[in-house]
Design a protein around this ligand. Structure first.
Ligand SMILES: Cc1cc2nc3c(=O)[nH]c(=O)nc-3n(C[C@H](O)[C@H](O)[C@H](O)COP(=O)(O)OP(=O)(O)OC[C@H]3O[C@@H](n4cnc5c(N)ncnc54)[C@H](O)[C@@H]3O)c2cc1C
Length: 631
């Protein structure tokens, strides 16, 4: 049987994901407590704020970056040529933008997470491909895993280079997307080296990268623990070919490729961590690295707000500026409130990351999930407000003498955020896994179909004790007292709602656990709604805490209040859908569709797809090497 024919069972896939998961909670977590019915405001309020020095350093860099973007970057050129000009890349290197998060002792700028994210939001608002270039290098490329898991020697070797060179992260393969258990690239030990073979797909920065992080499977043997392992690889090593530069719906400026590795020799000194630690390293890197996507989404949403405001005033139809018609006003209000909400969520999660006192993996994951979904809705509403001009390209608008507003481009550019660095469906499952972790810990063997009777009895006794203590705490709480959270003034009612809703969320999860037991993990849409409600509650909390910090500045409270009203409506809809939905009948229908029962419905059309297999396991026909170096 060839590797491509191998079947990876659902259980194997889950086991690999489970092994990579960080199962320990060494620090308190606002997100984890929220899903257990405890709104631990003390963990996030008063709003953490970084030091004055960090702010000074960050502000000074943002000013330089802004000036550079204003004077040197032509966003229309990036879009037209589908490439970031080499001069822009060089300019960003000179500014230090490739080493924003690298410590100063290694030649980096040593920015805080807060200012790194602000910088991504700024460059991302100019052209999202710039945000992708910098974040693929710094959030998932070589600097982050080496900073977190590298030896002193590795840090000395790689980090100074990473301040001026480009790196990429190579996990995905033609057959490996959300499911890393299928990883086929191998790293075979040979003396002091490993020899890598495989094909990597969709490598952001891969076409122009100097350094790569490659995930490969080390075969288990007597002297080798084996398993998925991370390596730093020089991109000019013999045997590496970039076989294609891929083109997408959006992010037209990214240099994303197909990278083939044939007998690529990598010294063992380039291995990050131990054999078998690769996925855990990738996931831990992403715990914080994931914040870069909501950062660029926030930048885009703030730009959407600016355009929505200016256009809704300028455009008059039916006797009034369109922003005064209620249907459009609702969209403007949604965009404004969401811009405030996303920024609040991002800022809080980033400040928590800098403070380092809490575990922020759930908050960062919620920010990624929520930021990418909400930014997409915002961009769609902006296109609608712009009417026909929303559908027209900026270049075409400019060619006929109007302002070249790239609304359709922002919609295209934002779409990928719901897919990469954890698709929405996978984020739902990942966060839900953490949300039900406490239940699994106590009830694991009761619901595990593989567990024997004795284990089940033991687990039942343990669960009994846990639930006897926990369930009564879900009955009453601060949210029922009209005097609670009064220091938040007009926002107190929203925090009381969040507290009540958090307990309701935990009760709903418990009911679901009792009802479906081990089958709960297959109730993906139910779990998705639980997570979405959690995201709304985290966003509301972040908004209230931020507005309270900024109350002296004037009208932040109004925005926070508006956001909370909208978030409550969305949360209530999700609560209703937990128990009133078409999930079961949809499941039956989908089965029928997949079984081909309704193919007659597809008659009367033509399929313009270009012929080819669904998946080219070998990465497609060999072409010339399209790798290029930007010096
Ligand atoms: C522009 C771009 C840039 C990228 N950059 C990089 C990069 O730099 N490095 C890198 O390694 N990768 C990169 N990727 C890959 C990206 O991370 C993957 O596309 C992503 O992980 C999803 O994998 P997939 O596309 O194979 O989808 P699949 O895993 O095939 O999923 C297809 C669909 O099924 C859903 N699905 C899958 N499994 C489940 C499940 N168990 N339950 C419910 N739903 C499920 C998914 O959510 C999705 O909707 C990039 C991709 C693109 C398009």
């Amino acid at each position: 049987m060839t590797v491509t024919e191998e079947k990876v069972s659902e259980r194997q896939a889950r086991e690999v994901a489970e092994q990579a998961r960080e199962s320990q909670w060494r620090q308190p977590s606002f997100g984890k407590e929220l899903f257990l019915g405890r709104l631990r405001l003390d963990l996030v309020h008063p709003h953490p704020n970084g030091s004055a020095e960090a702010a000074e350093l960050g502000q000074a860099f943002l000013a330089r970056l802004r000036e550079f973007c204003e004077s040197e970057v032509d966003a229309a050129e990036i879009e037209r040529d589908a490439q970031i000009p080499d001069d822009v890349v060089r300019g960003l290197k000179e500014l230090g933008a490739f080493g924003m998060k690298i410590k100063t002792e290694y030649g980096g700028l040593g920015l805080s997470q807060v200012y790194y994210n602000k910088a991504l939001a700024l460059v991302g608002s100019v052209h999202p491909s710039l945000g992708a270039l910098l974040s693929a290098h710094q959030s998932i490329g070589v600097p982050q895993p080496i900073s977190m898991f590298g030896t002193d020697e590795q840090k000395q070797t790689w980090l100074p280079r990473c301040t001026r060179e480009i790196s990429a992260f190579l996990l995905t393969e033609p057959d490996v997307g959300s499911d890393p258990a299928r990883l086929h690239t191998t790293a075979t030990p040979d003396g002091d080296d490993y020899v890598l073979n495989g094909v990597k797909l969709w490598t952001t920065n891969g076409v122009v990268a100097d350094l790569l992080v490659v995930m490969a499977q080390v075969p288990k043997s007597e002297d080798h623990r084996g398993g998925i392992t991370a390596f730093v690889v020089e991109s000019d090593t013999e045997g590496i070919v970039v076989a294609n530069r891929n083109a997408f719906m959006g992010l037209r400026g990214i240099e994303n490729g197909v990278t083939r590795l044939t007998d690529v020799r990598v010294p063992a000194a380039n291995r990050i961590g131990r054999e078998g630690d690769g996925l855990r390293i990738a996931l831990s890197t992403l715990n914080v690295g994931r914040l870069s996507l909501p950062a660029t989404c926030t930048g885009s949403v703030k730009w959407c707000l600016k355009i929505a405001r200016e256009w809704s005033l300028a455009r008059e139809q039916w006797g009034r500026p369109i922003g005064e018609h209620e249907a459009v006003a609702g969209k403007v209000a949604f965009i404004a409130a969401t811009a405030y909400g996303l920024e609040a969520m991002l800022e809080l999660a980033s400040e928590l990351a800098d403070a380092g006192r809490t575990d922020i993996r759930i908050e960062a994951a919620l920010a990624k999930l929520y930021g990418s979904e909400m930014a997409w809705l915002v961009a769609d509403e902006l296109v609608q407000i712009r009417g026909g001009r929303g559908f027209e390209t900026a270049e075409s608008l400019a060619a006929r003498g109007e302002r070249g507003v790239p609304a359709e481009q922002v919609l295209r550019d934002l779409r990928i955020n719901r897919i990469f660095e954890g698709s929405t469906e996978i984020m739902h499952l990942m966060i839900a896994r953490e949300a039900v972790d406490a239940h699994l810990a106590v009830a694991g063997d009761i619901i595990d179909p593989q567990a024997d009777a004795r284990s089940k009895v033991r687990a039942a006794a343990k669960a009994g004790k846990f639930y006897a203590r926990w369930l009564p705490t879900l009955v009453a709480g601060k949210g029922q007292l009209p005097t609670s959270f009064t220091e938040f003034g007009p926002l107190a009612g929203h925090l009381r709602y969040a507290e009540r809703a958090s307990r309701r969320l935990a009760r709903s999860t418990f009911y679901a656990m009792s009802r479906w037991q081990g089958r709960l993990e297959h109730k993906q849409r139910f779990l998705g709604r639980i997570v979405d409600i959690g995201a709304e509650l985290f966003a509301m909390t972040a908004v209230c805490v931020r507005a309270q910090r900024d109350r002296a500045d004037g009208n932040a409270i109004e925005l926070a209040d508006a956001f909370c009203h909208q978030a409550r409506v969305r949360a209530e809809q999700r609560f209703d859908q937990l128990w009133q939905n078409s999930d079961d009948s949809d499941q039956t229908l989908a089965r029928g569709v997949l079984d081909g029962r309704y193919t007659w419905l597809e008659e009367g059309i033509l399929d313009p797809s270009i012929e080819g297999p669904w998946i080219a396991h070998d990465g497609g026909a060999a072409k010339q090497d399209v790798h290029r170096v930007i010096r």
